[in-house]
Design a protein around this ligand. Structure first.
Ligand code: SF4
Length: 452
């Protein structure tokens, strides 16, 4: 079992398959679909069936953005080597690739004609030949009273399906106690951080898919179903677009990335990891400033465990329940990969010094927030034998989701019980609830009062 990418490569146009077994694909409407999945598809919205509904051994097919060959291929999303190859094709020396990468990812130049490090004649020729930057663009902004901003971000092809990205100045405490601050000490002088800015640190929540197939019952994004995968450029492009908006200085400002927006990153594994490599190699970010959250896609975790530390973000497991029974109710994916299978896969990761695995735990009023649940979670975490911490998140309400927010005293009691059992426990601050930017609320919604 494992995730594979077929016929795909950055800039090549791609069809990505998450292979969960050996089922044979068939051609459907000119695209490869799994026969079992094709039957289960919702024809009206062409969304995919919930993952847990698939029989064992099913092949999950996910389309990614189709990118054509030739001069119209967007440059954003290509790494230095691929940019150099494009320059060689254009009759230019290899080192022009480095110049391009520098302009695209470090200087954040938004269009080819503005790359002033290239000779004017070359810029004009590339523009005339249809070379495009293709960096994702923020097309709408929703601002919360608490300073959080939620963005609708559009891919290079102007696709109607935007994705959502969230900027949280001062973060939400999600990174507390996971080792990232300690690891960054000595590299990012605190006095210089956020100098001249209204924030001293920030967290960006990044999406990896449009919609999601995992179908967690408490999550608004699940209502969309899976629409499509994002390309590596579309994932990294969210970060660069937000950096641009807030004039983030890489290497000085303390910005953490959490891949916890729309989608399940490990069901878009290749594009997700390609985006991480772009962000590390080309943009200059540390993987220790990044956390990816998974609902527990075991083949994805197993692949993740093989990633080299210089490109591996930290890992968060979206646990959300004290045992398999409750988890299967609120996260049907648990029927495919129960808690112990997930934990066993996580044990395969070679953690860095001081690194901890984060267990995210959404408190649903009356469902997962009882004191006995806290004790059970403590036992579960201890049993894993992993250096771990728990992030508690009071559930954020969303239209049509049949759960209740936990009472503040239940949240505090849960936190104290876990901490009393010796489990490092942090409470994530709700951010941007008024603009549907908080955890589990990301769904493409258009409110009237917005501005870019
Ligand atoms: S919580 Fe995450 S994995 Fe679950 S449905 Fe929502 S976006 Fe998907």
């Amino acid at each position: 079992m494992g995730l594979v990418q077929r016929g795909a490569g950055r800039g090549e146009g791609a069809e990505t398959d998450a292979v969960l077994g050996e089922a044979a694909p068939e051609r459907l409407h000119g695209k490869t679909k799994c026969s079992m999945l094709a039957q289960a598809m919702n024809g009206k919205n062409a969304q995919f069936a919930p993952l847990e509904a698939l029989p064992p051994g099913a092949l999950v097919h996910l389309d990614v953005v189709q990118v054509s060959e030739g001069s119209s291929t967007p440059l954003f999303g290509l790494d230095t080597a691929a940019l150099a190859a494009r320059m060689i094709e254009a009759g230019e020396p290899t080192w022009r690739g480095r110049q391009l990468a520098e302009a695209i990812y470090r200087q954040r130049v938004a269009d080819v004609g503005s790359i002033t490090t290239l000779p004017k004649a070359l810029r004009e020729r590339l523009a005339a030949e249809g070379w495009q930057m293709g960096r994702p663009r923020i097309i709408q902004v929703f601002q919360s009273v608490d300073g959080t901003e939620r963005y609708l971000v559009q891919g290079h092809d102007g696709a109607a399906q935007t994705v959502e990205t969230v900027w949280m100045p001062e973060g939400d405490e999600g990174e507390s106690g996971d080792g990232s601050e300690e690891a960054a000490e000595g590299r990012e002088p605190e006095a210089a951080t956020g100098a001249g800015k209204s924030w001293s640190r920030a967290t960006i929540c990044v999406s990896s898919q449009v919609g999601c197939a995992v179908n967690c019952q408490f999550c608004l994004t699940a209502k969309l179903g899976l629409q499509r995968n994002l390309s590596a450029g579309e994932i990294a492009g969210q970060v660069v677009a937000v950096f641009d908006r807030h004039s983030v200085e890489v290497g000085r400002d303390r910005v953490n990335l959490v891949f916890m927006g729309m989608g399940e990153p490990f069901l878009n594994y290749d594009n997700f990891m390609a985006s991480v490599r772009l962000l590390v190699q080309e943009v200059g970010l540390s993987p220790q400033r990044m956390t990816v959250s998974t609902s527990g896609i075991v083949p994805g975790i197993e692949r993740f465990a093989q990633e080299p530390p210089e490109f591996r973000p930290k890992l968060a497991i979206s646990l959300n329940a004290p045992n398999d029974e409750v988890r299967a109710e609120i996260m049907p994916i648990n029927r495919k990969w129960p808690i112990e299978a997930v934990v066993e896969a996580v044990r395969g990761i070679r953690l860095r010094p001081r690194e901890r695995i984060t267990f995210e735990y959404v408190l649903l009023g009356g469902v997962t927030d009882r004191p006995e649940h806290a004790k059970e979670v403590a036992r579960l975490v201890r049993r894993t034998g992993l250096p771990a911490k728990v992030n508690l998140i009071a559930w954020n309400p969303g239209p049509g989701i049949p759960y209740a927010m936990p009472q503040p005293d239940a949240v505090e009691r849960f936190r104290r019980t876990l901490a009393g059992e010796g489990v490092p426990t942090y409470l994530r601050r709700p951010r941007g609830r008024d603009i549907y930017a908080a955890c589990g609320q990301l769904k493409r919604t258009v409110e009237g009062d917005s501005r870019v």
